[in-house]
Design a protein around this ligand. Structure first.
Ligand code: URA
Length: 258
């Protein structure tokens, strides 16, 4: 390809990835790679001793089941220690550290984002970059300081290249997330963006579901949960802040209810 030429399939994919990361429902577009002439297939490698094909190394290391580890945690601090030393395969292999939480564990409100990014991976705390600063401002606009909320993510290791966590990674982390919610015992959950919405409720579509109260039950009783736009999305779409403001008012009302 000549310098300066734009590959439209790559450009479209990166736009779709960005929108999806921001929590928008993107159409399921199959991108076709440009056709190339088929290369003749190489014969499988042979073991010179017995002429049997040489076995390949295992593709992926099996990941440990997090459920019994999470179940053993009796406190948030136990859970953090368990997660800090957990082998989350590709995720913990590529990230600097497990990004556990920030805020007040005694708060009524638990905020759940998607996964840490670069700033969070460095700081070891969720939502400390630009999206986090906006999130703090949004919560401050309804009178909530860091003393009144607690934030974590669905996946607590920064995914390589800041891609979305895969469904398998979300499932791997789910026992930790559920135990985190059980131990924190929030009165209300705030769900940030489409990836978190679908991981927590199985419902897809942040555009149509934002502002619609959901109920989460992980075995400890019903917890009301409000999905809102992800702050990273609002940074790109400031015109939608008015919807977010309406949702924040509904959140404040619910938090103030007896
Ligand atoms: N986006 C998220 O979903 N989580 C973070 O911690 C930071 C950005």
């Amino acid at each position: 390809m000549k310098a300066g030429k734009i590959r439209m399939d790559k450009a479209l994919k990166s736009v779709l990835d960005w929108w999806e990361a921001a929590g928008v429902d993107v159409p399921d577009v199959t991108l076709t790679a440009p056709k190339r002439k088929a290369k003749p297939r190489a014969a499988p490698a042979q073991n010179p001793k017995n002429s049997a094909p040489v076995s390949r190394p295992a593709a992926a290391k099996p990941v440990i089941d997090a459920a019994p580890i999470a179940a053993k945690a009796k406190t948030l601090s136990d859970l953090k220690s368990a997660m800090d030393s957990f082998d989350a395969g590709v995720l913990s292999g590529a990230a600097r550290q497990c990004v556990f939480a920030r805020g007040n564990p005694e708060a009524d409100l638990m905020v759940i984002g998607e996964a840490p990014g670069r700033d969070e991976d460095i700081a070891g705390k969720p939502f400390v970059g630009r999206a986090g600063q906006l999130l703090d401002k949004m919560l401050a606009s309804i009178g909530l300081t860091e003393e009144e909320f607690y934030i974590t993510n669905i996946v607590t290791w920064r995914p390589p290249k800041d891609r979305n966590p895969s469904p398998e990674e979300i499932e791997m982390c789910r026992p930790f997330l559920n135990r985190h919610i059980e131990l924190m015992k929030p009165k209300v959950l705030l769900i940030l963006g489409g990836v978190s919405l679908s991981a927590l409720t199985g419902t897809t579509g942040i555009m149509k579901n934002r502002g619609q109260w959901q109920t989460i039950n992980i075995g400890t009783g019903d917890i009301p949960a409000l999905p809102i736009y992800h702050p990273a999305f609002l940074l790109r779409q400031p015109a939608l802040k008015k919807d977010a403001w309406r949702d924040l008012l509904a959140l404040r009302e619910r938090l103030q209810a007896p």
